[in-house]
Design a protein around this ligand. Structure first.
Ligand SMILES: NC(=O)c1ccc[n+]([C@@H]2O[C@H](COP(=O)([O-])OP(=O)(O)OC[C@H]3O[C@@H](n4cnc5c(N)ncnc54)[C@H](O)[C@@H]3O)[C@@H](O)[C@H]2O)c1
Length: 315
């Protein structure tokens, strides 16, 4: 990666990834874009352009203007929002992706986009879900992610585009709020623990899902993009995870720092249904073997850091 265009750069991942890429590759070599503009370091501290990813021409113009050689495509509608607005999700998630792939093909750019554990479905093996397995998701988001994984493979085989991707689990972070995913409870719980000492979870106890702390997700993106292509058998959509957790486990870990913390439940049938269709735990062996994936944060280390960072943020 030398000169990088990011889409959806003001979202949960992009906000932190933009800063990391500016640190690693230099401020001048990162071009952040989003459909909206706010008073934010992503906008103020380096190159920023307004871009609607469904506008292929505008994307191509920005890519040419800055002579980028890498596109990191993040703009998408997430799982819970996509279930509420399935047609919008199809148009944004598939339309934006094919535009970004086309610009990458035309300008010979390296390409990255995240998939998700949402690319699995109720027929997928639930525990230690293998890298290559049944993918019959029952959500619009999952349909988009499976189609996206296949489309990225197609652009590699058919056109030689250097496409790469990760199947992210729920990402936990304290900088930007999550954008309407099913795993958002695992972020909200930390905010509410500090603000109210209590949290009402919309995901039921005993519902295991994979999660990862944002610093591990950012390292995984950079490490995969820098990996020697000769070692990549899978390329698109490596399983990556740091922990398989359920709400009671997070609450118990928070109580080690805030003993009075309480949690009750008001289960949201839509998000619970999505969670029930996803794996309990996925197997990241292919990512470990092909490009050395390793997560640094487990639940205990992440909880300590989240609470410390959020306490100063919310003070
Ligand atoms: N956050 C997670 O837990 C998680 C987990 C798995 C996969 N992912 C994937 O990672 C990617 C980024 O996720 P995120 O959590 O940062 O999302 P987010 O919802 O936080 O951010 C998405 C960004 O895209 C922008 N956007 C929306 N419509 C746009 C358009 N038409 N053109 C340009 N920008 C537009 C929004 O303004 C927003 O800033 C998505 O593909 C998502 O599916 C995220």
């Amino acid at each position: 990666m030398k000169k990088i265009l990011l889409t959806g750069a003001l979202g949960q991942i992009g906000t932190e990834l933009t800063e990391k890429l500016r640190d690693v590759y230099g401020v001048d070599n990162v071009v952040a874009t989003d459909i909206r503009e706010t008073d934010h370091p992503v906008v103020n501290n380096g190159h920023f352009e307004l871009l609607d990813v469904t506008d292929a021409n505008a994307m191509g113009e920005i890519a040419k203007k800055y002579q980028v050689d890498t596109i990191i495509h993040l703009a998408a509608l997430l799982s819970a929002t996509a279930e509420a607005k399935p047609l919008l999700a199809w148009n944004l998630n598939m339309g934006g992706l094919v535009n970004a792939l086309e610009v990458s093909r035309e300008l010979n750019c390296q390409f990255f986009t995240p998939s998700s554990i949402g690319a699995f479905g109720p027929d997928t093996p639930k525990n230690q879900t293998p890298q290559d397995t049944i993918q019959r998701p029952t959500t619009m988001y999952g349909v988009n992610k499976v189609a996206g994984e296949l489309l990225c493979d197609y652009y590699h085989h058919k056109f030689g585009v250097d496409t790469r991707g990760l199947r992210f689990p729920g990402l936990i972070s304290y900088v930007a709020p999550p954008g309407g995913g099913t795993t958002d409870y695992a972020v909200e719980i930390y905010y509410k623990a500090i603000e109210n000492g209590a949290y009402t979870s919309y995901i039921n106890k005993g519902t295991y899902m994979d999660m990862m702390y944002m610093p591990d997700a950012l390292n995984a993106i950079v490490n995969l993009m820098e990996a020697d292509p000769a070692n990549l058998k899978h390329r698109n959509s490596f399983n990556v995870t740091a922990m398989s957790i359920e709400p009671e486990m997070v609450a118990a870990e928070i109580r080690k720092h805030i003993p009075s913390f309480t949690m009750d439940y008001n289960v949201d049938p839509v998000r619970q249904g999505i969670a029930d269709s996803w794996p309990d735990s996925i197997d990241p062996t292919a990512a470990t073997e092909e490009w050395g994936f390793k997560a640094e944060y487990d639940l205990a280390k992440m909880t300590q850091d989240m609470l410390t960072k959020l306490k100063s943020k919310l003070a």
